[in-house]
Design a protein around this ligand. Structure first.
Ligand code: ZN
Length: 500
């Protein structure tokens, strides 16, 4: 179909510019020396500007209209119809943003990364506050430019989770909270029931690295189309279906951190590597939304990586790698330990039970800061009091509180809820995979991860952005996003571990 080919060929330049920017972004967080920050900010701003100008050009609009006429009447499930739908969605979003604003956001967030790293190191919120306020101001301008009907947050959320509304998230969170908070209290009353001291012993970092690499390789992550490096905040990025990078970080005195963050990022990467090759260098390549993306990482990290069958397979190798620390620890004791629940300070180190509480906190604070209900001066106190309310702990420093992670300095406002949506979806997809292929847990215990990966490839990965999140979830599971499957999973797994 000629108009589709012309549209794809034209958009390939914008995609290539964005991927070049992604390579620079990857380098910025892995190998770039601190002195490179200012120059890198300018380089990223230039590439973002060029990509944006190319994508929002009149030529794109004209080719898109031709393509829309060409697919009129074809099946909405066809590649061509899906491509046109996705390009139209992104084109409408991007054409509402003035080039100067896009450039200002790229420059400010790149600069902010260095400011945040330093403020966090020195536990100095005051040094970061003016930068944070400028970022929220830019995001408010962005939301106004994109437009919204109800809450200003809707416009920001929609970029990451197309079609999702703030009110819907609040409703799902309300339902979840009503069941989760009492359950968390039940578990908190029994925290002593699980011994996890053996996880906090010294674990040689190079041995952790070797074991982690072996795990992600066996899961199916293809190292001929990817690589793993170290970053302060682990992330996955891709420049092609055939070049998907993962990162991790090692803690010498806490075994689970690098291990499960590696499995998590591999989950993201398996999704990206699993896109159909016909989608390469088209706008249909990649994950459909951050929520669906997170469903894949959380599924591998928690439902698989923290399950008994997974460790029936991997524990002998782990014991051989760390005989002093784990030689006398039984499989069952290890399984319970890696699922220990705590009053965690940060989402990335949080267990499955308390994880979503960190997201509710951030979701509420982002809304309050955007709508002017909370000042930037009072934000650290608001953070701490919510932590007390939800988790019964006050962060001892801002470094462990409001400065704890990279999202706000990157301008990722409206992004956090997708972590929780992904967590809920991960259980919905898993339940359906087991209904279709009941042998999956036994296969995993045998070290065969292919049956699960094949199911995910066939039902989710191969489609890329072909179906919107809600449509994909309904096609796969027969129902929309809901929290009840997740609560059922939590009660069953943690009820057993904590003998509730
Ligand atoms: Zn993730």
């Amino acid at each position: 179909m000629e108009p589709i080919e012309k549209l794809n060929a034209h958009l390939a330049d914008a995609l290539n510019l964005m991927r070049a920017a992604a390579v620079l972004g990857w380098d910025q967080q892995t190998y770039m020396p601190p002195g490179g920050a200012d120059a890198r900010a300018e380089q990223l701003a230039t590439l973002s500007k060029l990509a944006h100008e190319h994508f929002v050009s009149d030529e794109t609009g004209r080719l898109l209209e031709d393509a829309e006429r060409a697919v009129d009447g074809t099946s909405p499930d066809s590649f061509e119809a899906a491509l046109v739908r996705v390009v139209r969605h992104d084109y409408d979003l991007e054409t509402k943003l003035p080039t100067a604003l896009v450039e200002a956001i790229a420059r400010e967030t790149t600069r902010a990364h260095g400011v945040w790293v330093k403020a966090r190191e020195q536990n100095d919120y005051a040094a970061f506050a003016p930068t944070l306020e400028r970022i929220f101001d830019l995001m408010r301008q962005k939301a106004e430019a994109l437009g919204y009907e109800d809450r200003i947050y809707d416009a920001l959320l929609d970029q990451f989770e197309p079609g999702m509304k703030t009110a819907q998230v609040a409703e799902v969170f309300d339902g979840l909270r009503s069941e989760l908070v009492p359950f968390v209290q039940q578990v908190f009353a029994r925290l002593d029931a699980v011994d996890h001291a053996m996880l906090h012993l010294p674990y040689d970092v190079s041995k952790q690295a070797a074991f982690g690499l072996e795990v992600v390789k066996q899961l199916g992550y293809d190292f001929s189309r990817g690589r793993q490096d170290i970053a302060v905040h682990p992330f996955t990025t891709n420049f092609s279906i055939n070049d998907v990078r993962i990162t991790t970080r090692y803690l010498p005195n806490f075994l689970p951190s690098a291990l499960f963050s590696s499995v998590h990022e591999a989950g993201h990467a398996l999704y990206e590597q699993g896109g159909d090759q016909s989608l390469e260098n088209t706008m249909l390549a990649g994950g459909v939304s951050l929520g669906v993306h997170e469903s894949q990482s959380r599924l591998w990290e928690n439902i698989v990586g923290r399950s008994k069958p997974f460790w029936q397979h991997f524990y002998p190798l782990l014991q051989k790698t760390f005989p002093e620390q784990l030689g006398n620890v039984s499989l069952d004791a290890f399984y319970r330990a890696i699922n220990f629940v705590s009053r965690s300070l940060i989402r990335v180190e949080a267990d499955e039970v308390t994880y979503n509480l960190h997201i509710m906190l951030r979701f509420e604070m982002e809304n309050d800061l955007l709508e002017g209900k909370l000042s930037f001066k009072d934000a650290p106190d608001a953070w701490n009091s919510k932590m007390e309310q939800y988790l019964g702990i006050t962060p001892p420093t801002d470094r462990e509180g409001i400065l704890q992670d990279v999202h706000w300095s990157s301008g990722l406002i409206g992004y956090f809820p997708t972590y929780a949506l992904g967590t809920l979806l991960s259980v919905q997809y898993w339940d359906k995979a087991l209904a279709d292929v009941p042998s999956i847990p036994d296969d995993i215990a045998q070290g065969n991860f292919a049956t699960l990966l094949e199911w995910l490839r066939a039902n989710i990965h191969q489609h890329g952005r072909k179906y919107w999140p809600d449509e994909l979830t309904r096609r796969v599971t027969g129902e929309p996003l809901q929290y009840r499957s997740f609560m059922r999973y939590l009660r069953s797994k943690y009820g057993e571990i904590y003998e509730l």
